[in-house]
Design a binder for this molecule. Sequence first.
Ligand SMILES: NC(=O)c1ccc[n+]([C@@H]2O[C@H](COP(=O)([O-])OP(=O)(O)OC[C@H]3O[C@@H](n4cnc5c(N)ncnc54)[C@H](O)[C@@H]3O)[C@@H](O)[C@H]2O)c1
Length: 378
Amino acid sequence: MVGYAFMGAAHSQAWRTVNRVFDLPARASMVAVCGRDAASVAEAAQRLGWAEAVTDWRELIARDDIDVIDVCTPGDSHAEIAIAALEAGKHVLCEKPLANTVEEARAMVAAAAKARAVGVRSACGFNYRRVPAVSLMRNLIAAGRLGAIRHVRAAYLQDWIVDPNFPLVWRLQREKAGSGALGDIGAHIIDLTQFVTGQRITGVSGLTETFIKERPLPEAASGLSASAGTATGEVTVDDAALFIARLDGGAVATYEASRFATGRKNALRVEVNGEHGSLAFDLERLNELEFFDATRPAAEQGWSRILVTEGEHPYLGAWWPPGHILGYEHSFTHEMRDFIEAIATGADPTPSFEDALQVQLVLDAVARSDSSWVSVAS
Ligand SMILES: NC(=O)c1ccc[n+]([C@@H]2O[C@H](COP(=O)([O-])OP(=O)(O)OC[C@H]3O[C@@H](n4cnc5c(N)ncnc54)[C@H](O)[C@@H]3O)[C@@H](O)[C@H]2O)c1
């Protein structure tokens, strides 16, 4: 694994847990973790459960006893690490968004296609697909329970940079992150809505805004927390992104991604309205799925709350008895479960780099839109 902070910790927990919960045809062995500071990465290896620590990811790629490279670094290094790993015959799991630009994402897709031809697999870490209630939402839509989809309504809202003195961490720098709220959290709702509906975005019209244009430079930073220094620098990404979209199955959609939604910490909500009913998911209640079944007699219709903890529900058979709820981190355990199973059975894990490139094309279209309509290449 490369990178050991926020996602590094989440992925480590999943790698540690996955084979203890799921009966899989292969076992994950946590061989080595890479960071840039020797003392910090050694401490992280110990804490997170990795046997060894190294300071150059190229060392991982050169080793014969490593089969999988898990990329948990900021977007500016995804393409370089993932392409080198695939060329060296390593399976790659890469965090989202796949890259910082469409050009990089295309190069990653080309490397993935070449690698796939010799049985080397790759996937992008859109973990929210693996929340059981989200998987159930997809299954119900795929089974036709909503009929034709008319509306998709998605929002991913945070507030961790509302304070103008919050420092200029890597997520606020274009050369490190590619974009701001758009690529960081907007990418999740683009992937999630395309996943649950089975439809792809064909065109968008959007706007982005940067409310605070200059911030103190950070003295120390990790994940979403940091302390401010005295010098300042320019914010080069969006603070918020809003767009409307058309999907290839005829649905219309609205998307909102913001880091300025005061009071909203990590509020991801998606609602889908169809001719026979509606479904809604809210991450703050991730064990639940709301369902309005318009095929029931009028006197019995109403929103129902499905508690998604039954053994029949996606992923739940391996966990606890019904009613014993799961949390955020389990989505990563499920990601590793699906990734290991695909590799062990010679299948392609999802979402593929091609799927993630399509998300990148949507991000790019929104960034260029400036309120005009932009078609998304298929
Ligand atoms: N799936 C999700 O829900 C989710 C959530 C948060 C972040 N992410 C994604 O995960 C990735 C990492 O984000 P994060 O929040 O973990 O960031 P972070 O700042 O918490 O951690 C980044 C890590 O990468 C390391 N790093 C940076 N450049 C490196 C290099 N060249 N070589 C070795 N290590 C390097 C840093 O030292 C640090 O350990 C990003 O692509 C981000 O978009 C995904």
